[in-house]
Structure formats: structure tokens, C-alpha cells
Write a protein that binds this ligand. Sequence first.
Ligand SMILES: NC(=O)C1=CN([C@@H]2O[C@H](COP(=O)(O)OP(=O)(O)OC[C@H]3O[C@@H](n4cnc5c(N)ncnc54)[C@H](OP(=O)(O)O)[C@@H]3O)[C@@H](O)[C@H]2O)C=CC1
Ligand SMILES: C=C(O[C@H]1[C@H](O)[C@@H](CO)O[C@H](OP(=O)(O)OP(=O)(O)OC[C@H]2O[C@@H](n3ccc(=O)[nH]c3=O)[C@H](O)[C@@H]2O)[C@@H]1NC(C)=O)C(=O)O
Length: 312
Amino acid sequence: MLGDLIAAGIPAEADAPLGARTWYRCGGRAELLVKPRTVDEAAEIRRRSADSGTPFRVLGGGANLLVPEGVVPGITARLAGPAFEGVRLEAQRLEAGAGVDLYALVTAATRAGLAGLARVAGVPGTVGGGIAMNAGGAHGALGDRLASATLLDAAGRLERVPPSALRLGYRTSELGGRLVVAAAFLLEPEDPASIRARVRERLALKKAEQPLAAKSAGCAFRNPSGASASVGDPQDPGSWAAGKLIDAAGCKGLRIGSARVSERHANFVTVDAGGRAADVLAVMDEAARRVADRFGVALEREVAVWTTRPSP
Ligand SMILES: NC(=O)C1=CN([C@@H]2O[C@H](COP(=O)(O)OP(=O)(O)OC[C@H]3O[C@@H](n4cnc5c(N)ncnc54)[C@H](OP(=O)(O)O)[C@@H]3O)[C@@H](O)[C@H]2O)C=CC1
Ligand SMILES: C=C(O[C@H]1[C@H](O)[C@@H](CO)O[C@H](OP(=O)(O)OP(=O)(O)OC[C@H]2O[C@@H](n3ccc(=O)[nH]c3=O)[C@H](O)[C@@H]2O)[C@@H]1NC(C)=O)C(=O)O
């Protein structure tokens, strides 16, 4: 496959570091990392991988991803470069490539005096990953403002679909194995200064409550009963936020090797510089076990964990 891609002129690297490209800055490697320069190249790679039965994954900003030590089999595609990083404005519609950083998206909307995206201010990752996981927080999700998404299927066909086709939920979407190539958002005009003030306020809130300086992938677990769990019934642990459950189970500061539960926010598992993804996973598993033992609540991971095989 590497030879084929090189022959087709598509940038590809065998045995490429992958964990180092995630926000954890640790973990395994990709058997083959490809960086299509155009949508046509992405379609070609997707088609070839499907035809040859080669496993295929897509890497966004690596903000919500843990790659255990070892090798991710098959192809990992990274949608970066000009074809995937453009932002285009048309009246109140903002169209962005999958590789656009969410921070750049929020900034472009703010500069244009278009409101509606402050809900993802401070949320890391790219537009592609942001749609795939319906990025968001207490103030709403990216999908709330989605007008359409352009998807690439396994046969290399492009299709523009309305948000209803993606069945967006709390940090979930149903892409049916398709890649997000671009997305358009419908926004409202507002004075840039007031949008900027809202964005700053949201950033400050995150900074005050979350260990943003440490290496993590944001919240490790989904809130059990969805986004509204931040409030929760004091008598019903099943309605509590994951952070509150992990904290109440006494896990703050729980350390295994290079990873630990943050003292600042218990739903963040952080890792030391030069640490191991296996330790991160072990801490997540142990925190989930303690929460299940203490409260009978099964936490579900929010961080995507890719499957690896042992390095040769
Ligand atoms: N609220 C918060 O504070 C935080 C939120 N997050 C959220 O996590 C997400 C991270 O995004 P990002 O760093 O870009 O993604 P990642 O590189 O972390 O990839 C995460 C998953 O998204 C899928 N994905 C990524 N890009 C695409 C694409 N173009 N098309 C289809 N699927 C894609 C992949 O799915 P697959 O495995 O199926 O290939 C991958 O497993 C964002 O939604 C971000 O908002 C992250 C940290 C904190
Ligand atoms: C960090 C992420 O998203 C975040 C998002 O940034 C914030 C702000 O909008 O709201 C959610 O956090 P959250 O539900 O933990 O919100 P918080 O307000 O911090 O905490 C919820 C409740 O748990 C309590 N709490 C939190 C942490 C802790 O260590 N102890 C504790 O008791 C808080 O006091 C609060 O009563 C998202 N998390 C999830 C899993 O939905 C992410 O997705 O990666």
C-alpha cells in the first residue's frame, strides 16, 4: 500500500509517531500515516483502503484521542493542508474544512461579527473531530449550529448532508464510517466586541475549572445522563457528572505510573511528560472501577482509544 501511495504521489510515512501527535503527547505509532493534499487524494486513499480491506482511521487534532503503545494497523489519514484548512464566508454562513482548528473557527466567526460558536470557545480539536464527536460543553454543541456537512464514504464518493442525517447527540454522531471533509455553520450577526467578550468569559471559566496546562484529552468520561448531568439530583448519583462521581469515589490524585486523576477536576486524567498511554488507560479503568463499586454507575469513556497491536 505504501508503494502504491508513493507511486500516486500522495505523501505517506511508514511507522510514523502517532501518540506524539495527540494532546497526551505519548503512545504508539501508525503503520502508515498519509496526508492527502486534496479531497480527490483523500477519496483515492479511502477507496484503496476499502478495496484492499486495509483498516482506515482518521486523525483530527488528537485532542480526544489516546493511542496505546504499539502500532495502529493500516492507514491513518490526517486531513491537514490548504484543501482542508480553508474558511469561507457567505452572508451568515461560515464554511470550514475538516482540518480547521476549532479555535480558528471561533476567531473567524468573531472577526466577521457572526455569533453562535462561542459555545466551543476553548474546546480543542478540529472541525472534523468536532462534528464526529459533536464538540461542546455547558453552553451547547457545535452541531447546534451546523447547516450541512460534506462527507466522504468508503467508495470515495462525496455527499453534502443536513445535520438531521448525522443523528447528533451528546458527544456523538452517526457518520456511518464516512469522513467529515467540510462543514457549514449558520450564524447570526452580532457586534464583534460583544461576541469577543462572551468568548473571553467562556475561556476564563474553563481555565478556572480545568487543568488546561497539563497533558490530557479533556474529560475522560461522558456524564452519565448527558450534558444536563452537571446539575444532578443530590440523592441520585446516577444523575451526577462524571467528575463529581470520580471525586466522590475518592480518586483525586490517584496515580498509576506516569498518569493520574487531576486534583483540579476529577474527570481529567493527566500524564507526565514522557509518560505512557498504558498508564492513562490504567488510571481511567481504576477510576471507573471505583465509581462502579461505590455508586453502581458504569462510566463510559469519552476519550477515543484506538486499538494497537504490539510493535514488531
Ligand atoms: N469539551 C472539551 O473541553 C473537549 C472536547 N474535545 C472534543 O474532542 C474532539 C477532538 O477533535 P480532534 O482533535 O479533531 O479529533 P481527534 O484527533 O482527537 O479524533 C477523535 C475521533 O474523531 C474522529 N475524527 C477525527 N477527525 C474526523 C473526520 N474528519 N471525520 C470523521 N471522524 C473524525 C476519529 O474517529 P475514528 O476513530 O472513528 O476514525 C477519532 O477517533 C472534538 O470534538 C473536541 O471538541 C476534546 C477535548 C476537550
Ligand atoms: C472537558 C470536556 O467538556 C466539559 C466542558 O468543558 C464543561 C464546561 O462546559 O462541561 C462539562 O464538564 P462537567 O460536566 O464536568 O462540568 P463541571 O461544571 O466542571 O462539573 C460538573 C459537576 O461536577 C462537580 N465536580 C467536578 C469536578 C470535580 O473534581 N469534582 C466535582 O464535584 C462540579 O462541582 C459540578 O457540580 C463537559 N464535560 C462533559 C463530560 O460533558 C470534554 O468534553 O472533554
